[in-house]
Design a protein around this ligand. Sequence first.
Ligand code: NAD
Length: 432
Amino acid sequence: MTPAHPNSIIRPDKDTFLAEENPFEAMMSRFDYAAQRLNLDPGLYKILRSPEKQIIVSVPIVRDNGEVEVFTGYRVLYNTARGPAKGGIRFDLNVTLDEVKALAAWMTWKCAVVNLPFGGSKGGVVCDPSNLSNLELERITRRYTAALIDILGPESDVPAPDMNTNERVMAWIMDTYSMHKRHTVTAVVTGKPVEMGGSLGRRDATGRGCMFVTREALKQLGLSMRGARVAVQGFGNVGSTAARLLAEQGAVIVAVSDKNGGIHDPAGIDIAAALEWVREHRFLDGFPGTERITNEELLAVDCDVLIPAALENVITSKNAGSIRAKIICEGANGPTTANADRILDEKGIFVIPDILANAGGVTVSYFEWVQDRGGYFWDEETVNSRLERIMVNSYDEVSAMAQKHQVNLRIGAYMLAIERVSAVHRLRGIYA
Ligand code: NAD
């Protein structure tokens, strides 16, 4: 990153919260740089730097043993200029207002990059789901939803699953909201079970989106998909789907991992067999015919494409130097720290940034919302082909922006997002 200009619009107190692994900083340092490159008007900068609404609620429930426990819940609507807020809800002990704020901002830029008519939000409840029964989780979900009843809605704020929440939780939110409204409102959440207004194709959407943008990047760099060697960190929803679909396109998956470690075979891993193994044994551990590697070793494997699809802050200034991939496709949110970006740039590694690479999930969430509101459901082929069109168009638009301003794809993506959100603010003006 270049040093701040003397007339910089960047806040002077920015350094006080600088930390390589602070999620808000990781996001805002890229945002600030992109805003500067765009010469963003200082007034608009202040608006885009400030969350619209931050809500803290107490969530009391009766536990299974009869005792009362009170949890803390958050919901942040970062920006709704372009449409209803969209963003997941997580249940985790590490949830903080700062983190929720950062993730809500992230959603704002992500929705703008793929040009969905949504703003960005995020929510969470501070709790440890592994110590809660299903009934207790249901009570937390329903009480949290009731506390936010005036905020949520298809036209105002639409949650989705995130860490430790799933289709089941979305079904409870939809039911609670509908009971309050006295009629069924399917479009209040996305990521629902297909039987009650969910979309076909949602489960694979994020990994499928990763496959589309990886394919476009390979094409742009003059590399072939057939025989491209791919390493994937994380073998959950995003990672395993990306690996499976890339293998179907002719790529060779040389390494995959989960939280217990990874497996490596330069000749290629049979992904269908690995998926079967995990269904039976839960983890990749012991998958025959491959060499065991650690997650750290996986990042440095000799490959053409590296897909971090597990968690945030895995590529840092400490290990970026050892990465050998030509392309990094960020399936996870925030896998690369801002300091690592500089090293990857120097090494000429082509990074497809998270706010583009993993936007396939929110894109099919948008399709779900559209289908719920229209009351007319699409077949999976329609979902997948519309997803492909949006991902490929967005890739081209980010790429054009990056080339125009001679920046990398990440900064190009932020510039596109900032331009789109600020254009709407300019047109709408400030309501007095
Ligand atoms: P998941 O829970 O299905 O899978 C996570 C995988 O990562 C698992 O294989 C787990 O074993 C592995 N993992 C956990 N800790 C690890 C560690 N320390 N080292 C290596 N691997 C580890 O989750 P998911 O839905 O696939 O999400 C993965 C990432 O993608 C997250 O960052 C998530 O925010 C992001 N993301 C997901 C979606 C989606 O639609 N699911 C959309 C956008 C972004």
